[in-house]
Design a binder for this molecule. Sequence first.
Ligand code: C2O
Ligand code: CU
Ligand code: CU
Length: 485
Amino acid sequence: MITRRSVLGGALAAAGLPLLAPGAFAGGEAHAARGGPRPASASTPPAFTTAMPVPPVLRPLSSTGDVDCYELTIRKSTAEILPGVASDVLTYDGHFPGPVIHARSGRRVLVRHHNGLHMPVTVHLHGGSVPPSSDGNPMDVFAPGTARTYVYTNRQPHASLWFHDHAHHMEAEHVYRGLSGGYLLTDDLEQSLPLPKGRYDVPVTIRDARFDERGQLAYTMSDRNRTTILANGKPTPYFQVAARKYRFRLLNGSNLRLFSLSLSDGTPLIQIGSDGGLLERPVAVPVLTLSPGERADVVVDFSRHPVGTRLVLANTGPGRPEQVGRVLRFDVVRTADDPSRVPAVLRTLPPAAALPRAAVTRHIELSMDEDGRPDPRGFVNGRLFDPDRVDTTVAFGSSEIWNVTNTNKRAPHNFHVHLVQFRVLERGGRPAGPTEAGLKDTVRVMPGETVKLHMTFDGFRGDYVYHCHMLDHSAMGMMATFRVR
Ligand code: C2O
Ligand code: CU
Ligand code: CU
């Protein structure tokens, strides 16, 4: 039988077009273990014994005029996450960790997704300003065996976006099992800066996982035992670097875990960007906190270190340090020229006082059952998610202030809004710190805390959602719908 994929693959080969950018693919070993003997029990390897792969960059099937077209199949595959074990994963086109799409502001991207799973899916571009028909709303799923084309107009400045599954109630498990990928949107401004580029600009998705005794990803909601930390899909790996500056696009891809990241030599991370692109100026951050779905662009200068140096990216976030305290190790293995620089000014954003005047102030409360019941529920303003209800209506073109409070005693939450990049005006009644001074789409809200956000709804009209991005919580109901009209 001639499958659609073999036709596609044949056409690509005939056109001399590999699906992946040359040299970008580092996941070739993912299938090596398939069919091989499975150890009776699989366990997490000693730290720093596997190499961290760089996720593959997808090449468009076609690029014409002002549009790049991609075609992907969402399907089951296996990946060698633990050494010698083939773990079942859900993938975009077979890639674990998920692939990366490079996009440019002002150029449209079309992605046609084929659903090769046995359950409905929907694909959301996190942080993107996209029309409702392409937003991947939780209820806007497409069935097994069908395909759906998402249109990304990219009418927004550069940003480190990502895409992931959002099928209602299944998003948490689908993302956990692998359905996430990168979407790096660039523009002229970002390209004009002398920041590290090409192979020195590396996406790193950090997440936790729990494996069963056969080395398979185990998923249960609200699992507190996801104590294996993966960086680009490998457990506590090493990454060989040259003694020069690198840019790392960090994404916390966990469902629940917060990370507090620092370098073992005590030097600060230089944060240059967050969810919605570059900060106005670089910030030296001794400990970088990332909640699920948040991104941070950081620059690390390895030229301070002689070849042979090993630097650990440590995590002091919640959990037992001997289990979750190390994320990855940078091994300085060679010297290299370094024409890159981190300019003192990266971009300009309007100061808080110059933002458009807010027409409306809203109060949003995030909470979940904390009484230890087996099936905790999540709430926004005391209500469970109901896809048939519009919770908030905003006027197209207007600006609003949203005060978002976590009313729980112990559980951290965060807050993500589709469609917009917002500004964090205050955290706990004080001006937000420099790492949160840029454009954000996801913001941490600790127990009892309130964040004050400013957002402008000038992108598109239609229905979108906002929710806690600790995806186990949104799957429990901590999500609501807003309508822009
Ligand atoms: Cu990244 Cu509605 O989510
Ligand atoms: Cu989103
Ligand atoms: Cu939450």
